[in-house]
Design a protein around this ligand. Structure first.
Ligand code: NAP
Length: 247
């Protein structure tokens, strides 16, 4: 098993891309921590599915934007499973408005989850990942961080921010043999994309050379590869999984 003996924490593992990543890591033998904020039933469904296969899972509630909740979650998980080898910073939200309509509150909400959450989760897991035999930090960014996107100044800022963050942590962890990379998916069929109006979806589709939106399954394989020891010599990179869009 590719990920046997790996303990992996997936933030926002209850739904969408995070749930797919959690299932994929579990299917390759990992012990998976399925973090969620409010979707308890979905998180338990992901856990049950993982437990039926070669891996195992625990669920862990915490709002990633809240440092104290993240610390409490980490302490409980550490006690039960030992150190975290792989952290997948996946939890993310959108609050879309054109910039002329965007309030400071809209801005702060997205920053606090998409970047504040990355700080909080990486901070508590940092020593574990650095000291692991080939620890892994994997940050889920977006093509929107590369291209920008109408009505998403707050979101695009957070997703671009992950490039600099991932690369810097890569440099700081390199001498310990642990790595840090970014995955930048294109537009993926999840609840997040379901919020996008049909006319905007059609416009986006015209710019995707493969002429379809991604399924969650299109994205999870690259995360499994990064989590494994097969990716030992890859660090500080942004891996695009976007149907061929240019940026
Ligand atoms: P989604 O279907 O809306 O799922 C979001 C997940 O994040 C849920 O499990 C949710 O848990 C969790 N979450 C949200 N806020 C949280 C918080 N404060 N603390 C803990 N968990 C939180 O979204 P998705 O499409 O799978 O997106 C996942 C990641 O991929 C995001 O970072 C997103 O930016 C990125 N991405 C998405 C797309 C796309 O087109 N869908 C494209 C590129 C990148 P609860 O329901 O329990 O709150």
């Amino acid at each position: 098993m590719l990920l046997e003996d790996r303990t992996c924490l997936v933030t926002g593992g209850s739904k969408g891309i995070g749930a797919g990543i959690a299932r994929e890591l579990g299917a390759h033998g990992a012990d998976v921590v399925v973090n969620y904020r409010s979707s308890e039933d979905s998180a338990h469904a992901v856990k049950e599915e993982i437990d039926e296969g070669p891996g195992s899972a625990v669920v862990a509630q915490a709002d990633v934007a809240n440092f104290d909740e993240v610390q409490t979650m980490y302490d409980a998980v550490r006690e039960e499973l030992g150190p975290i080898d792989v952290l997948v910073n996946n939890a993310g939200i959108t609050v879309d408005r054109t910039f002329d309509e965007m309030t400071r509150e809209d801005w702060d909400r997205v920053i606090s989850v998409n970047l504040g959450g990355v700080y909080n989760c990486t901070k508590v897991c940092y020593d574990d990942i650095r000291d692991a035999e080939e620890g892994r930090l994997i940050n889920i960014s977006s093509v929107v961080g590369q291209q920008g996107n109408y009505g998403q100044a707050n979101y695009a800022t957070t997703k671009s921010g992950l490039f600099g963050f991932s690369r810097t942590i890569a440099l700081e962890m390199a001498r310990h043999g642990s790595t840090s990379n970014c995955v930048a998916p294109g537009f993926v069929e999840t609840d997040m994309l379901a919020d996008v109006p049909e006319r905007v979806r059609e416009k986006i589709l015209k710019n995707i050379p493969l002429r379809r939106f991604a399924e969650v399954e299109d994205v999870v394989g690259i995360v499994r590869f990064l989590a494994s020891k097969e990716s030992s010599y890859m660090t500080g990179q942004v891996l695009a999984v976007n149907g061929g869009m240019e940026w």
